[in-house]
Design a protein around this ligand. Structure first.
Ligand code: ADP
Ligand code: MG
Length: 620
């Protein structure tokens, strides 16, 4: 590492000053980044009282030469950049040279460091920014920085902190977030002397991801990647969760750029698009994506904590992420496996690992399982909070339960690896499928028994067909012999003109007739063929248009309208299907994409594997 030198004042101004240290977790972040920049292979973090009392980070990195110790805590002194041009090619986590100085100014800081080549360590203490003299000390190669009494001299700041457990968990999240991006470095965290986690160095990002998220999630995560050659300078690797482990908030959606956790609206949008129709609105996929790109193509100097970035070519990054994730999901068999029974662990705690029938899927027949854990998501939450010994115990119990057949996942289960497309034996005749209560279809594939919600599947089939036709041309339209005149409300009439381009795409023609009526002249042939009533469809369409304001963006609105059309045209629960229709529907299931979920994201199909049946009947 080059020597530390003060930056020229001009450059100091170029670097956006910001509130870097907000809470103990921000100190943890800055110190971890320094250790990573120092090439550490092991980093140990200790906090006490949520980090208010003490934050101590030790690494085995390159160390700070004795004569540079004072400079390290001086403002805007860094060994990482030297001139303005360097800002365009930042390859280190830090570069502003202000973290140690800011931390030192609001705490009692102790630095102990020994570069490998230096015979002994040296230490420096600073209180509220006043650095003492450098003194010799004993210590191993590497650096230890202890930050005590954070914000002791800024009581307002200190008051603003949350409770110790909250602050501790923020720090834990920070260590975890950073550890995810640096699998080759071992990390440990202790809080009030209790070991929170201890992550060994791993040889692959995949192993680190599983170590952090819990090894049990493996079957519910799909690996995605694109390489630099395919995407002009952008490399991506990650693991994306099956729709069934989507969550009610975006906390489990983690994005990294060049090893830094980032937030990015445009990428979040790409991910939402990639999962469109696979998870319900308002839910967020569980996933981790690591993007790597030439530092010159991205500005990381736009946010004080570097949590937001500016891509030079945002649209290309958006497109690459969208297509990588979407294609991966399309390849995979997303059919959820049935949740049968539960294993009892640890004297009564119950886990239902495979969660195809989360309550929000509206599956009334899903018996609620006892607390504390009902779904994979909750299990992960629970698992994450355990200490390593408990994790080890739970893990071995889970493994034991799996081999005893207590869970739904087992060797024979259709994991993401066994892509379903093509595995399915062709439905030869209608006798291969049974319609149950005029609502569900029961059939089989190579894995076992399939139970299909006829409406949900048909809706998806219709939706995909419409989408495919629209790709080529506007939907076919049929002129009505007599225009259908109907009363509508004023706001709806006001929208008519704006809706015209949308109507043209779907083969609809309507005009205002006076202040409170419209006349429909032409209607999508598809809907007429499926016996959908003009008036009821128009009413729904117009009221949604008013409600969702979708006149502005035809393409976005189109999906919603196709959804409506598919839903209206699809067979309903209670419709008896002719043998030919049954057969047709099942054949389409094999042909179309995303057949595992209806366009709203609810599952169309549940699978009961042969192995599960064997277990339930006591054959294994
Ligand atoms: P920056 O990371 O932006 O350079 P900091 O204030 O975080 O600024 O650190 C100042 C300097 O102190 C770094 O440039 C680096 O040379 C040195 N330093 C800080 N922490 C460590 C560490 N753990 N190991 C080695 N050097 C360190
Ligand atoms: Mg730094």
């Amino acid at each position: 590492m080059p020597p530390i030198r003060p930056l020229p004042p001009l450059l100091v101004n170029q670097i956006a000053a910001g509130e870097v240290i907000e809470r103990p977790a921000s100190v943890v972040k800055e110190l971890l980044e320094n250790s990573i920049d120092a090439g550490a292979s092991r980093i140990d973090v200790e906090i006490e009282d949520g980090g208010r009392e003490l934050i101590r980070i030790s690494d085995d990195g390159c160390g700070i030469p004795q004569e540079e110790l004072r400079l390290a805590v001086a403002p805007h002194a860094t060994s990482k950049i030297a001139c303005a041009d360097d800002l365009d090619r930042i390859a280190t986590m830090g570069f502003r040279g202000e973290a140690l100085a800011s931390i030192a100014s609001v705490s009692r800081l102790m630095m102990l460091s020994r570069p490998r080549a230096q015979a002994s360590a040296a230490a420096l203490e600073a209180e509220g920014g006043d650095a003492g003299a450098v003194r010799p000390a004993g210590g191993a190669a590497g650096t230890t920085i202890a930050v005590r009494n954070l914000f002791f001299n800024t009581p307002a700041r200190r008051k603003f902190l949350k409770t110790a457990p909250t602050e501790a968990s923020r720090s834990a999240e920070m260590v975890e977030a950073i550890a995810l991006a640096h699998p080759h470095i071992a990390f440990s965290l202790r809080s009030n002397a209790r070991l929170v986690f201890d992550l060994p160095a791993e040889d692959s990002p995949r192993r680190r991801v599983l170590a952090v998220l819990g090894p049990d999630l493996e079957a519910q995560l799909l690996e995605v990647s694109i390489d630099a050659a395919a995407q002009r300078g952008l490399t991506l690797w990650g693991m994306v969760g099956l729709p069934e482990i989507a969550r009610g908030n975006a906390n489990h959606q983690r994005l990294y750029l060049n090893g830094r956790p980032i937030r990015d609206r445009s990428l979040q949008h790409a991910l939402k698009e990639a999962y469109r129709g696979l998870i319900e609105p308002g839910r967020y996929p569980t996933l981790i994506l690591f993007l790597e790109m030439d530092p010159a193509l991205v500005d990381v100097n736009v946010h004080p904590a570097k949590a937001e970035v500016r891509f030079r070519n945002g649209a290309a990054v958006h497109g690459a992420v969208l297509s990588a994730v979407r294609n991966r999901l399309r390849e995979a068999d997303l059919t959820p496996v049935f949740d049968l029974g539960h294993a009892h662990i640890n004297g009564g705690a119950v886990f239902g690992l495979a969660p195809p029938l989360a309550p929000e899927f509206g599956a009334g027949h899903h018996a609620p399982s006892p607390a504390p854990v009902r779904s994979a998501g909750e299990f992960v939450e629970y698992f994450r909070r355990l200490d390593p010994a408990q994790k080890g115990f739970v893990y071995s119990e889970v493994k034991r339960a799996l081999s005893n057949g207590g869970f739904d996942k087992h060797e024979g289960a259709p994991g993401p690896a066994s892509a379903g497309a093509g595995s399915l034996p062709q439905i030869q005749s209608a006798s291969d499928v049974m319609q149950v209560h005029a609502s569900y279809l029961v059939t089989q594939d190579s894995e076992g028994l399939l139970i299909i919600d006829q409406h949900a599947l048909h809706e998806r089939v219709m939706f995909e067909k419409l989408l495919e036709r629209l790709d080529k041309a506007n939907l076919e339209s049929q002129r009505l012999l007599m225009p259908e005149v109907m009363q509508v409300d004023r706001r709806e009439i006001d929208l008519l003109a704006e809706l015209e381009p949308l109507f043209a795409r779907i083969g609809l023609e309507a005009e205002a007739m006076g202040p409170s009526a419209i006349a429909v002249h032409a209607f999508p042939s598809f809907l007429l063929e499926r016996g959908v009533e003009v008036q009821s469809f128009m009413r729904d369409l117009l009221s949604r248009a008013v409600q969702d304001g979708f006149a502005g963006n035809v393409e976005a609105a189109l999906h919603e309208v196709l959804d409506m059309m598919a839903c209206k045209a699809a067979v309903k629960a209670g419709d008896r299907l002719a043998p030919e229709e049954l057969r047709e529907l099942l054949l389409s299931r094999e042909r179309i994409e995303r057949s595992s979920n209806c366009p709203h994201g609810r599952p169309t199909t549940l699978r009961l594997t042969i192995a599960q049946l064997d277990r339930q009947f006591g054959r294994t």
